[in-house]
Design a protein around this ligand. Structure first.
Ligand code: PEP
Ligand code: MN
Length: 264
């Protein structure tokens, strides 16, 4: 049975709404883009702003992120919008820079969760932090790797820990970019009932038209939050263009969701 004690602590401490909504572009591209999106998302149901600045690309040649300069843009976005800031970290050096720039939420990406050495390095760099740390599922449908990531972070004394379900890759083509395999996330939660569970319908679907449906399924399964990639000009985005939504569309998606109240 899910236990919402930790979730309630986060909601109180950071003044977050339930379900927690994390939104923002797949990648920070320019300072203007980061600030424009943050301004469009402030005073909405969004409480955490996401933007990737170090982008792990499966194949070389794609946009690999703006790097550390993006942290300055996020600091500015935070002071102008009041939103909490979240970035993906994949190395100890990323963690150090993110902490120096007062990033509030650090997440470990799917291509990093598969690598125990990398997760351990990040866990050591985060030792005893009071920041929120979120672990995405590994790219492959392997519950043990996901559990292992969570265990390494708990052992490093990280108390504000949560997980993000972004689906799993398959060789076969399906209607999803990454198949949900909901039972894997549910099983992980049954092992750690205190872990807030966030769904990332953007990377599960790969298509903006399917996001509403998957977000609703997640809430019907009692997920605690959603991470939805949101861009001011999705079709021209430098990464993951097909799955990003505009801030207006995000608002519509959130308004149309049926939300359950927390009962525990
Ligand atoms: C992302 O959040 O933009 C990302 C790279 O996601 P994932 O690690 O789930 O592929
Ligand atoms: Mn993305």
């Amino acid at each position: 049975m899910q236990n919402h004690k930790q979730l309630r602590n986060w909601l109180d401490e950071f003044k977050l709404e339930h379900p927690i909504v994390i939104a923002g572009p797949c990648s920070a591209e320019t300072e203007e883009q980061v600030l424009d999106i943050a301004h469009q998302l402030k005073n909405s149901d969004v409480s955490i702003y996401r933007a990737g600045i170090w982008k792990p690309r499966t194949r070389p040649g794609g946009f690999e992120g703006v790097g550390a300069i993006g942290l300055k843009w996020l600091q500015k976005a935070k002071s102008e919008s009041g939103l909490l800031m979240a970035v993906e970290v994949a190395t100890a050096a990323h963690v150090k820079l993110a902490l120096e720039h007062d990033i509030d939420v650090l997440w470990i990406g799917a291509r990093t969760t598969v690598n125990p050495f990398a997760v351990q390095e990040i866990a050591d760099a985060l030792q005893d932090t009071d920041k929120i740390v979120l672990v995405k599922n590994p790219v492959n449908p392997d519950l043990a790797l996901w559990l292992g990531g969570v265990e390494r972070l708990y052992k490093a004394g990280i108390k504000k820990l949560g997980v993000i379900h972004r689906g799993f890759s398959t060789y076969e083509k399906t209607k999803y970019r990454n198949i949900p395999e909901w039972q894997i996330a549910i099983e992980l939660q049954s092992r750690f009932p205190d872990l807030p569970l966030i769904c990332d319908p953007s990377h599960i679907t790969g298509k903006r038209d399917m996001i509403q449906e998957i977000a609703q399924q997640a809430l019907d399964l009692n997920y605690d939050g959603l991470m939805i990639e949101t861009h001011n000009n999705p079709d021209e985005a430098w990464s993951d263009a097909a799955q990003q939504v505009t801030p207006e569309r995000l608002k519509q998606i959130l308004d149309d969701l049926r939300i359950r109240q927390l009962t525990t």
